[in-house]
Design a protein around this ligand. Structure first.
Ligand code: AMP
Ligand code: ZN
Ligand code: FE
Ligand code: FE
Length: 279
């Protein structure tokens, strides 16, 4: 038993490929003792995961990953969130915006000869939050691409043929939403912000003022240098350090739960720290 911690995983409630129950069984099998379920814009997978966790002795931390707008896209994780009415209302709104965008993407794909329909995408998505990965899954199923990666490279990625922007809230609003739901807000995978140290430093000061409590310093795709940099920033700004793999099942085939690309092994200290910051 390895007692690993993984605070960033996705289930079929958003764009992972394992159901919440399957995922917790898989976590158990892989020696993960604490798992944070952080589906995009939904908490729908949490209760099923917690039931499975209770049976197996895996601690399931209820979480979420929200997308906000900041010079492109920024993701904020929320831990220990509760299903407040306010959160539910916001999720309904976000899903409506997603549907609008997904339909536009499908129209663009149709225009360039990729014949997939909204119904097929709905069928591919098993949960509430539907996004580009589900559109890509249908493209792969129907032979328009070999893997999800190539769908993003050619059609779905930012600036590619079928890309459509989605209206998002700002960082402050995302942080507030998480805090109002009783959650602890954490900046996800800072490497994807593509910022040099000084700029990230200034951004963290601002986010901290707005209520940010942590930074995901350990992440499956980080270089050692990046991790070191984020750990220093955490100390400097008094932020909790968290870590996770961003496991998506076969939608990200090179990233496994608990170990990421093979070299992650996070311990329970970060869970203790996160719990201290819970209101
Ligand atoms: P959306 O939520 O519809 O904007 O889709 C974005 C999600 O697609 C991200 O959160 C990732 O989970 C996933 N994604 C982004 N790029 C890729 C890629 N190259 N291959 C597979 N999944 C990706
Ligand atoms: Zn995802
Ligand atoms: Fe993310
Ligand atoms: Fe994620």
């Amino acid at each position: 038993m390895r007692n690993l911690v993984d605070l960033h995983v996705h289930t079929t409630a958003s764009d992972g490929t394992m159901s919440p129950e399957e995922l917790v069984h898989y976590a158990h099998k892989k020696g993960v003792a604490v798992v944070g379920i952080t589906d995009h814009d939904t908490t729908a997978g949490i209760s099923e995961a917690q039931k499975a966790g209770d049976l197996l002795g895996v601690e399931v931390i209820p979480g979420i990953e929200v997308s906000v707008e900041y010079e492109g896209e920024m993701h904020i994780l929320g831990y220990f969130i509760k299903d407040t009415q306010e959160l539910k209302d916001k999720m309904v709104e976000l899903r409506a915006k997603r549907e609008e965008r997904n339909r536009k993407i499908i129209r663009k794909l149709n225009d360039c000869g990729v014949n997939i329909s909204w119904d097929e995408v709905m069928e591919a998505a098993k949960g509430e939050t539907i996004g580009r990965p589900h559109i890509g899954m249908v493209m792969v199923q129907k032979g328009y691409a070999r893997a999800l990666d190539s769908c993003f490279e050619k059609y779905l990625g930012k600036g590619k043929t079928a890309y459509v922007d989605r209206e998002k809230m700002g960082p402050r609003e995302g942080i507030e939403l998480i805090i109002q739901a009783g959650g602890v807000p954490v900046l996800a995978h800072p490497r994807y912000l593509n910022m040099e140290m000084r700029k990230l430093d200034a951004l963290l000061s601002k986010l901290k003022d707005e209520g940010l409590e942590g930074i995901e310093a350990y992440y499956s795709m980080n270089t050692q240098d990046e991790t070191g940099k984020y750990l220093r920033l955490a100390v400097r700004h008094g932020l909790a350090v968290t870590g996770g793999t961003d496991f998506h099942g076969t939608n990200k085939p090179d990233v496994d739960i608990g170990t990421g690309r093979g070299n992650m092994a996070l311990g329970p200290e970060m869970v203790v720290e996160l719990k201290k910051r819970r209101k």
